[in-house]
Design a protein around this ligand. Structure first.
Ligand code: GDP
Ligand code: PGA
Ligand code: MN
Ligand code: MN
Length: 609
């Protein structure tokens, strides 16, 4: 691929940014790659990299008539999801990592990492990827540089973030601070040793140093562990920057809605991984006259503007979406974006004509596939064809419904915040918070069944505050306090209204009580009508739920019994829920903000408990 030898390039100093040049030199001296390549972010470079990955067997080129310039990758079966148990926040003081994070003394961790990374890039090329999260023309652009020994990571980062020479030049012009993010798959090659299609290491380390604002990722090639601009920077490290600088880094989609009255609203929604963000962000409205536009599907950086309004930007450039369940009947907008090509799929199944397939893509199941592990697959097979956490990685500007405000560094004003999880029971379809602090309480006690997005058991209910449990880069109580303190800066009249939603409640026969997907438009309409003060609600101990007739069900085929199941506030279910919340709050110890302890007391009182 025409790389120059390590020494040569380091001595050439490919950048005038002294801090960066020094760091690249240090990393090369530690990891001992055969070559170094400075990533320029060009189309030509992407073609070179993907050609190389096809030749190496890491990528399979898809049929260009079906998916132009698109590829499938198949990971090691033990490297398919984020590894929360191997993720660390190494703050100086253990207290600052809080009870929700793994912690280790930073000096002790540095010793481990130095040992792991020593020689870890032998036989490989080390890529230097300058990137920016959020707009390059922001007042204070958030730069990072990922060094990685994975070309798959480079090709994916080019989709997910703004990378390359333009970014580097801007960093140099302002001698900007950047977050150093070092990644290695942890699979050095001995001279002459053949590579495998998906190199990785049994041992994985995803480590953050919040004070230093640095990231180290070892042993995994999977997106959430290896594309370091995303979860590691834009959530964990950014949440710490946000705490210190007075803003919010959140695990939220951003959606623009235009009502039939031609009024616009922006909704942010925090749902845990694999709980419906990408689908809601690409909503196809089912009510006439409503228009939806996408701004973001996973990460939302928010700050209060000059007029005390809450403004949001999406720091990412791509979608890294859950493939299973994404289909022409559930999410046609995602399907259209993917079909334009320029995508990397990971752990999906291959069709015999060189396309991709996953459970839920089409109603009709293909009669023969190659599954994500390379085996023949037929509808009789007793395992899924695609891994449940298989993903598509696609540029966001291929979304037809992308709002032009996506490109606006000022962001958009948020009018409503939804917190939501995946709960078979207890949590109604939609509940409006009594006020802002009660809304933060709802977010702080959010719960959801675990999914395949992270390794470990699936379907276990856990608390996931603001859907940020795996992503808060500091003490969880301090994080909640930051939410409360920050809103003092707001124009109180312009604070977003807060709602708790649950698309996943089940009926007695096990089916979903609510049809979901496009039909969630009806819930959004109720949200908008509540903002306008035109929808009726019933006050319950947990907040305001839709009054009979206030949800627009025009043209929807849902039985009254199912609807009642979806909306019910069941005291017996809430009895155990209250116990669960109480237990959760006890874990915060002293760091639980008193306003939230008060909210719990009030909630219990409203239940007469
Ligand atoms: P994200 O990881 O939070 O972005 O979630 P996705 O939007 O990718 O969805 C995760 C999974 O939940 C996919 O399998 C979707 O098909 C499914 N899903 C998303 N929205 C809904 C919904 O409204 N109802 C139901 N039943 N499933 C949904
Ligand atoms: P998701 O993104 O939230 O769309 O699943 C990946 C993740 O959170 O791991
Ligand atoms: Mn996510
Ligand atoms: Mn998503």
């Amino acid at each position: 691929m025409g790389h120059a030898p390590v020494q040569e390039i380091v001595e050439q100093a490919m950048t005038t940014h002294k801090g960066l040049a020094a760091w690249v030199g240090e990393v090369a001296a530690l990891t001992l790659p055969d070559h170094i390549r400075w990533v320029d972010g060009s189309v030509e470079e992407q073609a070179l990299l993907t050609d190389h990955l096809v030749a190496e067997g890491t990528l399979t080129r898809l049929n260009p008539e079906l998916f132009p310039n698109s590829f499938a990758a198949f990971s090691d079966p033990k490297d398919v999801a984020r590894v929360e148990g191997r993720t660390f926040i190494c703050s100086e003081n253990e207290r600052d990592a809080g009870f929700t994070n793994n912690w280790m003394d930073p000096a002790a961790m540095k010793d481990i990492l130095n040992e792991k990374f020593a020689g870890s890039m032998r036989g490989r090329t080390m890529f230097v990827i300058p990137f920016v999260m959020g707009p390059l023309d922001a007042e204070d652009p958030k730069f990072g540089v990922e060094i990685t020994d994975s070309a798959y990571v480079v090709a994916s980062m080019r989709i997910m973030a703004n990378i390359g020479t333009d970014v580097l030049r801007k960093m140099e012009d302002t001698n900007a601070f950047f977050v150093p993010a070092l990644h290695s798959v942890g699979a050095p090659l001995a001279p002459g040793e053949a590579d495998v299609a998906w190199p990785c290491n049994e041992e994985k380390w995803i480590v953050h140093f919040p004070e230093e604002r640095s990231i180290f990722s070892f042993g995994s090639g999977y997106g959430g562990n290896a594309l370091l601009g995303k979860k590691c920077f834009a959530l964990r490290i950014a949440s710490v920057m946000a705490r210190d600088e007075g803003w919010l880094a959140e695990h939220m989609l951003i959606l623009k809605l235009t009502s039939p009255a031609d009024k616009t609203y922006h909704v942010a929604a925090a749902f845990p991984s694999a709980c419906g963000k990408t689908n809601l962000a690409l909503l196809e409205p089912t009510l006439p006259g409503w228009k939806a536009e996408t701004l973001g599907d996973d990460i939302n950086w928010m700050r209060f503007g000059k007029e005390g309004e809450l403004r949001a930007v999406n720091p990412e450039a791509g979608l890294f979406g859950v493939a299973p369940g994404t289909g022409w009947h559930t999410n046609p907008n995602a399907m259209a974006a993917i079909s334009k090509g320029n995508s990397i799929f990971t752990n999906v199944a291959l069709t015999d004509d060189g396309g991709v397939w996953w459970e839920g893509m089409t109603k009709e199941v293909p009669t023969h596939l190659t599954d994500w592990q390379g085996n023949d697959w037929t509808p009789e097979s007793d395992r899924p064809a695609a891994h449940p956490n298989s993903r598509f990685c696609t540029p966001i500007d291929q979304v037809d419904m992308l709002s032009k405000d996506y490109f606006n560094p000022e962001g958009v004003e948020i009018n409503a915040i939804l917190f939501g999880g995946r709960r078979k029971t207890t949590i109604p379809l939609v509940t409006q918070a009594r006020d802002w602090t009660h809304g933060i309480f709802m977010g702080s006690t959010l719960s959801s069944e675990t999914t395949a997005a992270a390794t470990g058991a699936v379907g276990v209910v856990r608390r996931d505050p603001m859907a940020m449990l795996p992503f808060i880069g500091y003490d969880a109580g301090d994080y909640l306090k930051h939410w409360i303190d920050l809103s003092a800066k707001a124009d109180q009249a312009r604070l977003p209204k807060i709602f708790l939603v649950n698309w996943f409640r089940r009926t007695a026969d096990g089916g979903f009580a609510w049809p979901g997907f496009g039909e969630n438009t009806r819930v959004l309409k109720w949200v908008v009508d509540r903002i306008e003060g035109t929808a009726e609600a019933v006050e319950t101990p947990i907040g305001f739920v839709p009054a009979v007739g206030s949800l627009d069900l025009t043209g929807l085929d849902v039985s009254p019994a199912d609807l009642a199941d979806a909306l019910r506030v069941e005291p017996s279910e809430w009895e155990s829920e209250l116990a669960g919340i109480q237990e959760w709050y006890a874990r915060f110890g002293d760091s639980l903000p008193e306003q939230l302890a008060e909210e719990l007391k009030d909630l219990k009182a409203r239940f007469g408990a």
